[in-house]
Design a protein. Structure first.
Length: 291
């Protein structure tokens, strides 16, 4: 009854099933591994202090910023240059703004954005203290550049020329005639330039939480395992159908097909089309009436 499994059609079906199920299981396991990696990174980020306990290092050795260098204490030497205010930033429950000053580094590297501190109230450049003059050596907590999805950024636009809504090289490079590092540091208390300003606490390492991508990985995991189960279900369904057909043929039961149309019988006394044709011919052969 199962000889149909040796037909070319079933060879193709079986080959597809043998390849599809391991592939679905592999992809589901891979997506599950991605979710577990993100969950582990989130756990490590919660256990890791925001400020790294590793020794301070020159800022050039810690760039570009990643999950390992974010939160490290970076050292830099240079001269303070242009200053900008970053509005609508909270410190605790208080509204205020950051004071951001670019540091022109002595080694010729791109300027380093330095958040010197926080001031309460609306952003007013006349109230922000001027940075110290001359060369300074400072250290601060290295931070990744902000983007439009970062918490607290000002995305409404229409800011004055001396204000920026996002702390990143993309928002600063068009405001100054020199290059800017795609990172920033927040000064700790006691550093040159933060007198009269409240220190800005560093943010947690970006990309280390259970974000939407992590739950997408979990959803894809379920989808791949569902696909594998669907392949098995369809294989058994096709097998059962063909087995029933083979059993019926073995018992001599004709497969059910669409009903055949039945020709309508002519009414009693009515001739067929051939009879009508013969009658018409006979009428045509009748002799003409005598004059």
């Amino acid at each position: 009854m199962y000889r149909f499994l040796l037909t070319p059609r079933w060879w193709g079906i079986n080959l597809f099933v043998v390849l599809a199920i391991p592939f679905c299981v592999f992809m589901g396991s891979w997506q599950l591994g991605r979710f577990e990696d993100r969950a582990q990174a989130h756990k490590e980020a919660e256990e890791k202090p925001v400020v790294s306990t590793e020794p301070a290092a020159p800022v050039g050795e810690l760039l570009p910023v990643d999950k390992l260098t974010s939160g490290r204490v970076a050292e830099a030497t240079g001269t303070y240059a242009e200053q900008f205010l970053v509005p609508a930033r909270k410190l605790g429950d208080r509204e205020g703004h950051y004071v951001l000053t670019l540091l022109r580094q002595s080694d010729g590297s791109p300027a380093l954005p330095v958040v010197r501190g926080w001031l309460p109230g609306t952003a007013d450049p006349d109230e922000a203290p001027a940075p110290p003059e001359g060369e300074v050596s400072l250290s601060g907590v290295l931070q990744a550049p902000e983007h439009s999805g970062s918490p607290g950024v000002y995305k409404s636009g229409g800011l004055p020329a001396d204000q920026v809504g996002i702390i990143s090289a993309a928002s600063l490079v068009n405001l100054v005639p020199y290059g800017v590092e795609n990172a920033w540091v927040t000064l700790t208390d006691g550093q040159p330039g933060n007198a009269g300003l409240a220190p800005v606490p560093p943010a947690a390492t970006p990309g280390s939480g259970l974000d939407l991508k992590a739950f997408q990985n979990l959803g894809y995991t379920g989808e791949w395992f569902v696909f594998a189960g669907f392949v098995v279900f369809m294989w058994f369904r096709l097998l059962r159908r063909d087995a029933e057909v083979a059993r019926d043929e073995a018992l001599g039961i004709a497969p059910e097909g669409p009903p055949q149309p039945v020709a309508a019988e002519p009414p009693a006394g009515a001739g067929t089309a051939e009879d009508a044709s013969e009658d018409a011919g006979a009428e045509g052969r009748q002799p003409a009436p005598a004059p």
